[in-house]
Design a protein around this ligand. Sequence first.
Ligand SMILES: Cc1ncc(C[n+]2csc(CCOP(=O)(O)OP(=O)(O)O)c2C)c(N)n1
Ligand SMILES: [Mg+2]
Length: 491
Amino acid sequence: MSLNNKKLQQMANAIRFLSAEAIEKANSGHPGMPLGMADVAAVLFGKYLNINPDQPRWFDRDRFVLSAGHGSMLLYSLFYLLGYPDISLEDIKNFRQLGSKTAGHPEYGHLVGIDMTTGPLGQGISSAVGMALAERVINAKFGDDLCNHYTYVICGDGCLMEGISEEAISLAGLWKLNKLIVLWDNNNITIDGTVDKSNGTNQAERFKAVGWNVISINGHNYDEISAAIEQAQQSDKPTLIACKTTIGFGAPNKQGTSKIHGSPLGAEELALMKKQLGWECEPFVVPDETIATWRAAGQKSAAKYNEWEEKAAKNSEFTAYINNELPQNWDKELNELKIQTINEQTKVATRKASQMCLEKIVSNIPQMIGGSADLAASNLTFVSGMKTITSADYNGNNIMYGIREHAMGAIMNGLALHGGVIPYGGTFFVFSDYMRPAMRLAALMGVRVIYVLTHDSIGVGEDGPTHQPIEHLASYRAMPNINTFRPCDVV
Ligand SMILES: Cc1ncc(C[n+]2csc(CCOP(=O)(O)OP(=O)(O)O)c2C)c(N)n1
Ligand SMILES: [Mg+2]
């Protein structure tokens, strides 16, 4: 969609004032990020993002992950402006109130349009790698007509400092996930002050080192933002767009400082911001013309959606896939295995039993994608007939995560959220500690992720106490929404 800079300015300011007023009214929230990234968001959502507010679950839509979840008001403002039916101006005014749809941090399944729950920094960018991988896997099976979309991320300094991001971006680079585009809010500010006091990483070089394309721009310059996104779309690698921004852009006394990261502006500063940006509306009012521009932007992919819908409806295998329908009789062989092992009184280690079951499941459910954090030989997650996914061939069903449990957990969340894929991943039970934050997020979102956590006995023997799970079983049984099974035999 072509939008001139004057229009984009108005669109960005609409995000700024809706966000700032909602945070002001709630007397709680994080204005710095929505004000700082409003220009980037106006360009991305206004011109490029393929979504359809009337079909928010459209399978071939572009995915968007707000990895910097504290900037939730950015997302809520966008959804309202784009015309998502699930959010009203009333919801914006109820930001952060008990029971409101506009929760403190974006919650998947709580407000339609949110592609992932975010808030724990680093999880979003890492799960986006899983979404981008799922997109390539389904594309390899069904082709460009049915699955061919981008995964966009907005992340902050915090997401890039979290260790999980390293695990995830190195896999994205290895897998050449060229439809993954990360926009980094490069504002040199976190809660406790300027980034340079706590981090000295050259992020551009860091991303390049693991196989990414990197573009650095002024995040308040519309032409540079557009050019960067278009360049990223053509890349044969995943792209980091480093957007140099001013946190809290527009608030004359607080912008550029950590003061604006997580506190309301205050009436005085808000009034000064209105003056500074030439905004004359009452609180929560957006000029009709700007609303109309935003609503038109919301409809920019409607024709694309219709074309896709027509093609998808003709392919029943594809629709079964994306609706997570299991093939008929998928459990026939599994049930036969049960009877056989009862008759034969089969005695095997539980990890072997797990593998025997997985073999019957994986061979009968094409959506299953397994993997392990470099312990496949030990936790027996790899079964006969499986094929490892590589950048040269995405049409596989095994992922070699390397020694990256945390990213494995987050990537599995992304695979499950994307849909068309049922992920399972394995490690030793004790090392589930390394991916627990991602597991907890899976539980919160209620997504279907399966963990194969072997070596569950305290009697692991020679490896000693570092390899002994002690409180793990109790802790997962205590975690809401995790179904914890500890099988004692094959049946
Ligand atoms: C795992 C995790 N640790 C700590 C926090 C608390 N926290 C929220 S935002 C933030 C600072 C993030 O800085 P940055 O990403 O640069 O965001 P900005 O201040 O630029 O908006 C912190 C520490 C969190 N949400 N998640
Ligand atoms: Mg920052």
